[in-house]
Design a protein around this ligand. Structure first.
Ligand code: NAP
Length: 285
């Protein structure tokens, strides 16, 4: 079998186009969706990510402002700035780029963001809302993975889904989203014994670990859907995922590539969440 590719780049372009249309409609009602991004320090990867977020926003008509602060910014000053943005009705989404310098308590910082503006979906209230099935913002990466499953018309009801990784930003919310769609979900982690015994039974595998080749062809059920969240570098220094793509694509039914899979979807879902925050702040009726 040769797996069909789930093209995250193409799907993300479609989502951006929908966001553009809805943004234009909202602007016509006098609401200009706006995202405030806070970057503390000089982390090179964070600088690239925040630049992407600003450019992606501009391309879809959202207003994104990047506020840059020195690495020695105090926690008091950062929390005060977030509280100001919480109160500003012209700001709909607030995002603090992680990781933060070590002297800043990331959890405390994230929990200072108003849940109504938590477009990253990292606030404990957002996590709780997802857990109990209430409206709230879903973290962009697992949300993007769900959109990919939706795009192939995949019905999760009664399917076995295995999520490898249990981080608060990817693995755990991913498991909750799959559960909400009536999959039978197993979460694997570094303490899991014999990972393959779980993945071989899975109709859907989501790999979110950060280790190359954690999932190989012998660990995959023929025809399964394989979603690769991992971001690693190979021996040539090129971006690659957690999945042995060459081998697994001969066994799986569907597979997401790296690059061009989950990454573009994560970026697109941030735009969708920001627009959603603006729409919720100003209901049509
Ligand atoms: P993380 O916080 O480091 O979590 C990694 C998870 O993998 C942990 O739960 C860990 O288990 C588990 N793990 C480690 N070794 C394992 C093993 N041998 N077998 C099974 N599970 C194992 O990472 P993350 O933030 O969730 O990100 C995961 C990967 O996705 C990274 O490569 C990251 O760069 C990538 N990522 C990509 C995007 C995107 O847009 N494409 C977005 C976010 C993240 P324990 O909990 O037991 O330690």
């Amino acid at each position: 079998m040769t797996a069909q590719i789930i093209d995250g780049k193409a799907l993300a372009a479609q989502i951006r186009s929908e966001v553009s249309g809805r943004t234009a409609a909202l602007k016509a009602r006098g609401v200009a969706p706006a995202l405030s991004i806070i970057l503390v320090g000089e982390d090179p990867a964070s600088q690239v990510y925040t630049r992407h977020k600003v450019n992606d926003s501009a391309e879809t008509g959202l207003a994104a402002t990047l506020e840059r602060y020195p690495a020695d910014m105090t926690e008091v000053a950062l929390l005060a700035r977030i509280r100001e943005l919480n109160e500003d009705p012209a700001v709909h989404g607030i995002l603090v780029q992680l990781p933060l310098p070590k002297h800043l308590d990331s959890q405390k910082v994230i929990e200072t963001i108003s849940p109504a503006k938590d477009v990253d979906g990292f606030h404990v209230a957002s996590a709780g809302a997802l857990m109990v099935g209430r409206p709230g913002f879903w973290p962009c990466t697992p949300h993007g993975c769900m959109k990919m499953l939706e795009s192939i018309g995949y019905d999760l009801r009664g399917k076995n889904a295995v999520v490898i990784g249990r981080s608060n930003i990817v693995g755990k919310p991913m498991a909750m989203m799959l559960l909400a769609k009536n999959a039978t979900v197993t979460i694997c982690h570094s303490g899991t014994k014999d990972l393959g015994s779980f993945t071989r039974n899975a109709d859907v595998v989501v790999a979110a670990v950060g280790k190359r080749n954690i999932l190989t062809a012998d660990m995959v059920k023929p025809g399964a859907v394989v979603i690769d969240v991992g971001m690693n570098t190979n021996d040539e220094g090129k971006l690659c995922g957690d999945v042995d793509f060459a081998g697994v694509s001969k066994v799986a039914g569907w597979i997401t590539p790296v690059p061009g899979g989950v990454g573009p979807m994560t970026r697109a879902m941030l735009l969708a969440n920001t627009l959603e925050a603006a729409e919720r702040s100003s209901p049509a009726h």
